[in-house]
Design a protein around this ligand. Structure first.
Ligand SMILES: [Zn+2]
Length: 248
C-alpha cells in the first residue's frame, strides 16, 4: 500500500489515541473501587443476614417473655379469686380447705413461673443488646456500600468523560491518515493486541520490540517513503520518522 509519509506518521497519533482508549476501557473494567465495592457488598449482606437472625432470636425470646407474663398473671388472678372466696367465708369447710390447698399450689406455681419469666427477660435483654450491636455493624456496612458506590460512580464518570474527550479527536486523525490506511491499521490493531502501527526506532520495531536484521533494514531503507512497510516479526505497520539530521 502507498501512503504519503505524513499520513503514515499520523498513524502514531491514531495509535496513541487508541492505546489511551484501551487503557481507559481497562481502567473502567478494573476499577479498584469496584473491587472494594464488591467486597463491601458481600460484607453488608453477611451483616444484614446476621442482624435478621438476631432480630428473629429477639422476637422469639420476647414472645417467651410475654407468654411467661401471661402465665404469671393467670396464676395471680386465680389466687386472687381464691383469696376473695376464702375472705367471703362462703362454702363448706371441705371446699374452703380445697381452696386453701389450691392457693398453696398456686403460690409454688407462681414462684416457678416468675423464675421462668425472669430468666426469659434476662435472655431478651441480652438478645436485644446483640441485635443492637449487629444493627450498628449492618448500618455501618450499608453506609460503606453507599460511599463506595458513589466513589465508583464518580470514577466511572471521570473515565467516561476522558474517553469521550479522547475519542472526539479520533475522526480528525483518521481523516489525516486516510480511510484506506486507517482501515489497514484497524484490522492489524484488532489482530495484534491493540497495536496496529509502531515507530521504527533505529533498528527496533517499537511494536514487538525486536531488532530488525540487516537485510530487512536494507530492504526498508530502499523502499520509497510513500510505501507502507510492515514488521516481518509482528506484521504491524512500521512508521519511519525521518531523523532531524537529514538521514532517512
Ligand atoms: Zn514488530
Amino acid at each position: 500500500m502507498k501512503a504519503d509519509p505524513f499520513r503514515q506518521q499520523r498513524l502514531l497519533d491514531l495509535q496513541a489515541i487508541d492505546t489511551r482508549l484501551d487503557q481507559i476501557a481497562h481502567a473502567r473494567a478494573h476499577l479498584p473501587q469496584a473491587a472494594q465495592l464488591a467486597r463491601a457488598t458481600d460484607a453488608a449482606e453477611v451483616a444484614r443476614g446476621n442482624l435478621v437472625l438476631a432480630e428473629t432470636e429477639l422476637g422469639d425470646v420476647q414472645r417467651e417473655v410475654s407468654r411467661a407474663e401471661t402465665e404469671v398473671k393467670q396464676v395471680r388472678d386465680r389466687a386472687e379469686r381464691d383469696r376473695a372466696r376464702l375472705d367471703s367465708g362462703t362454702g363448706t369447710s371441705k371446699e374452703l380447705l380445697a381452696i386453701q390447698q389450691e392457693l398453696e399450689s398456686l403460690g409454688r406455681r407462681q414462684a416457678t413461673l416468675e423464675d421462668v419469666e425472669l430468666e426469659a427477660m434476662e435472655r431478651a435483654e441480652a438478645a436485644s443488646a446483640e441485635a443492637d450491636r449487629l444493627r450498628a455493624i449492618s448500618d455501618e456496612a450499608a453506609a460503606q456500600v453507599s460511599t463506595l458506590t458513589a466513589e465508583r460512580d464518580a470514577a466511572m464518570v471521570d473515565l467516561d468523560a476522558e474517553a469521550t474527550e479522547v475519542a472526539a479527536g479520533r475522526p480528525a486523525v483518521v481523516e489525516a491518515v486516510g480511510p484506506e490506511l486507517a482501515a489497514l491499521f484497524d484490522s492489524i490493531r484488532a489482530a495484534q493486541g491493540g497495536i496496529g502501527a509502531a515507530e521504527l526506532k533505529g533498528r527496533r520495531c517499537m511494536g514487538c520490540q525486536l531488532e530488525l536484521n540487516a537485510g530487512e533494514l536494507g530492504r526498508i531503507a530502499n523502499t520509497p517513503a510513500d510505501v507502507v512497510v510492515r514488521c516481518e516479526e509482528c506484521e504491524r505497520i512500521l512508521v519511519r520518522i525521518p531523523s532531524t539530521d537529514g538521514a532517512a
